[in-house]
Design a protein around this ligand. Sequence first.
Ligand code: ARG
Length: 588
Amino acid sequence: MKEFHDLIEDEVKKAYSSAGFDSAFGRVSVSKRPDLCEYQSNGALAMAKSFKRNPFEIAVEIAAELEKNPAFKDVSAVKPGFINFNIADSFLSDYLEKMLEDKDRLGVDEFSHEKLFMDYGGPNVAKPLHVGHLRSAVIGESVKRIARFAGDTVTSDVHLGDFGLQMGLIIAELKERRPELIYFDESFEGEYPEEAPFTISELEEIYPAASAKSKEDEDFKEQAMQATLEMQKGRRGYRALLDQIMKVSVTDLKRNYERLNVSFDLWKGESDSEPYIPDMVQDMKDRGFAHESNGALVVDVAEDTDKKTIPPCMILKSDGAALYDTTDLATLIWRMKDYDPDEVLYVVDARQELHFIQIFRCVRKTGIVPEKTKLSFLGFGTVNGKDGKALKTRSGGVMRLEYLIDDIEEAMSKKISENKDLSPEEAEKVCKIVSIAALKYGDLKNEPRKDYVFDLEKFTSFEGDTGPYILYTIVRIKSILRKYAEQGGNVDEASISNANSKADKDLMNVLSRFSATVRNSYESLAPNVIAAFVYEVSEAFNHFYHETKILTCENEEEKKGYIALCNLTKNVLEKSIDLLGFEAPERM
Ligand code: ARG
């Protein structure tokens, strides 16, 4: 189905032509003065100069053509040269009826067919998920859903941080604590035990302890670096330990991501690039891209036109260990080989932008990624506390994502339990659903690039531009539809009828923009565009709800029209929040 805006713009362009003007000027915009009209076209003002004519006269001539078109009503030319108009009621209701009938896609045709490879999540193994990883998961999941709805074939990869110094730190610390473990016996050639030598809580204690120790104890740091190197080079016992760390950690990560409604097709990590590193390095040397600098191996990526210094890509440390740059480069080798994507999109903290500039340049220069494959970086801002600084726990520590979700659930559970209609079990389920919506909506309504303040009270409020408010609106509609069915009505048989009031017309106009909203948010990688739309729909619906007798409407035909409009609003809202990555309960 054509986007509604294009549909009306086509008609307006025709009017420009029939009045003898260039149709290219027949652009249409949503009115900035909704009290005066729904849409405007201001081409007359732009054309007046070249025709040396009074713009108002031009507007009058075009308006006369528009009047003849049954798609429009209330057409008027306004000085100095605006054309204001409204959409004919039947033109709008016909369009919405087609959206309603198109149950799966609500009138949105697929508009992109890219093979997209997405890198988001990026948690570090053996470190608990912290709030810094929240946005990558939440924004990445939404962008993935939007891209799939747009028609793209998307492969998502969590890209675990599992190859760096943190692994060496854990190994070195374990070796100090429990040197008797079989993993440290270099002469051992048998099978390593099935069971991991630690639990997730132990692992989460070991890492920070080791990290702190390495900052004070040079010797220990040396050992950790050595262990990292040996692990990277494939020492059997250390690889087995890495596998154990991965197993324990990934189970925990999956549980956390599930709670957030976030999923990945691939659970690959930095370490999966290891087989590609030696050849890559050799090749970069052979072809003269890599050279030595202060003992390290680097590839220059600076360009003459750079306004700031872009440091070289670090390929190997002086001790021969692989670095963050190395694994990102080598990862692109298997991504190209196995997936041949049209685009690789990274959803990572904006502070890593320089790293990705280096990586993108290096893979272009060395031919790892051909020009035809687009490389994109969607950098996001930080989650701050009310003090404007990065969000911390009350005691000043790193905020674990789990605790953050717990806090929201606790606040939400008080509100939900006020509803006595819900059994305790249902209340608990509903509380989880609403909490995730509060968290995700609070994040996604912001432009990804911008920082935002995590404000628990605001996020969990049932009023204002919040997740719970959106869900509340959906639940309200569901309740209307349920009651209509209880009265013997058949929701599926109701079809959209012409607007009866400004309130339902306004709602209908907003709904007609669904298609354009999805495309805009896709093109600008901006879930916030959908979030803003969802809020606009909710506001328009609640206004309509307060102005209109829906279930008590005495005219049966009119009532059916309202029910159909409620149904479409629900479908549009539910599809939209699904694209954002959350869902609505039946009741709350
Ligand atoms: N693990 C990294 C971090 O915590 C993020 C990984 C982002 N993705 C990538 N391909 N580098 O900072």
